[in-house]
Design a protein around this ligand. Structure first.
Ligand code: CP
Length: 329
């Protein structure tokens, strides 16, 4: 695996070649991604929801972990860019017969594909694939272990920018299972790169990673204190599938101490927005009244996922095309 993700992600002129992590990417590049996504926003409103940018390209969705939002929005995004899309069903693939990850990739490469969108339970899987694929193939990380989920973070930044005008100067609270969350790590990196005033994190001690302050987040002890004056509140799912021991006394107790309620949100800024990457455990992470309330922008996050994923695919393919044409000169 590469130690410097930006080095693997960028070509020699600093353009996005793979999208693996927010780490090492500049504010300008993240802004360019949001601007590109904005330019794709109108495609969904056209009678024919397609632009020809990826016509003739083949995108492979390779999801070794379950997904509803990410897999489907990547598929829609690729189709709206006119790409051919291959959804590999891992449960019925030869992975179940013991084929290695690299052999699976090599066999799909032999079919002359152009892009892999990868979700995997192992941190570093997307980096590993990116460091082994042929030069004309781009890899996009759709979530690897508890390491990174960069397209989720960018659709979240895009949503915040849509509602707040900018990320600069905002107080953003992230509440929930931060220890197991690739989303939180990517969000904190994106928020600090884009100039948020303060990123506050709040979770039971057992669900806070030791290194979280080194990313630039401030740890709060009580949710009421964390919510005071907040512009954006992001709830995270309790990732029970990644919890091997007793991380929580009970869901009931978690909700009592950390759950987002209408009552608690009164402490935040009056125009606070409430976000959640999904899937949501209602009445554990958030009251249903909050999930379905006027401050929630959770379904807008899902819609924005298509535009951001279109932007990601368009940017990486454009870089690969440029690299190819330079090689042919
Ligand atoms: N937010 C997110 O990654 O959701 P899925 O697991 O449904 O893709």
């Amino acid at each position: 695996m590469q130690n410097n993700p930006a080095g693997l992600q960028l070509d020699l002129s600093g353009c996005l070649r793979h999208f693996l992590s927010i780490a090492g990417l500049s504010r300008d590049l993240l802004t360019e991604m949001m601007d590109t996504a904005e330019s794709f926003g109108s495609v969904a409103e056209q009678a024919v929801k397609k632009v020809p940018l990826l016509r003739g390209k083949t995108v492979v969705n390779l999801f070794f972990e379950n997904s509803t939002r990410t897999r489907t929005t990547f598929e829609l995004a690729a189709k709206r860019l006119s790409a051919d899309v291959l959804n590999v069903n891992i449960a019925t693939s030869s992975t179940s017969k013991g084929e290695s990850l690299l052999d699976t990739i090599r066999n799909l490469e032999a079919m002359h594909v152009d892009m892999f969108v990868v979700r995997h339970s192992s941190s570093g899987a997307a980096h590993f694939i990116a460091s082994h694929v042929a030069p004309h193939i781009s890899v996009i990380n759709a979530g690897d272990g508890s390491h990174a989920h960069p397209t989720q973070a960018m659709l979240d930044m895009f949503t915040i920018r849509q509602y707040k005008g900018a990320i600069e100067g905002l107080i953003v609270v992230i509440v929930g299972d931060i220890r197991h969350s690739r989303v939180a790590r990517s969000q904190i990196r994106a928020l600090t790169t884009l100039g948020a005033k303060e990123v506050r994190v709040i979770a039971p001690r057992t669900l806070l990673p030791k290194d979280i302050q080194s990313l630039g987040a401030h740890v709060f002890e009580t949710i009421d204190h964390a919510l005071s004056g907040a512009d954006v509140v992001i709830g995270l799912r309790l990732q029970k599938e990644r919890m091997s021991g007793a991380f929580l006394p009970s869901e009931h107790e978690y909700f009592a101490r950390f759950g987002l309620t209408e009552q608690r949100l009164k402490l935040a800024s009056k125009d606070v927005i409430v976000m959640h990457p999904g899937p949501i455990n209602r009445e554990v992470e958030m009251e249903s009244r909050v999930v379905d309330g006027s401050r929630a922008v959770i379904l807008q996050q899902v819609s924005n996922g298509i535009a951001i994923r279109m932007a990601t695919m368009a940017m990486t393919m454009s870089t690969v095309n440029q690299m190819r044409s330079q090689q042919q000169k």
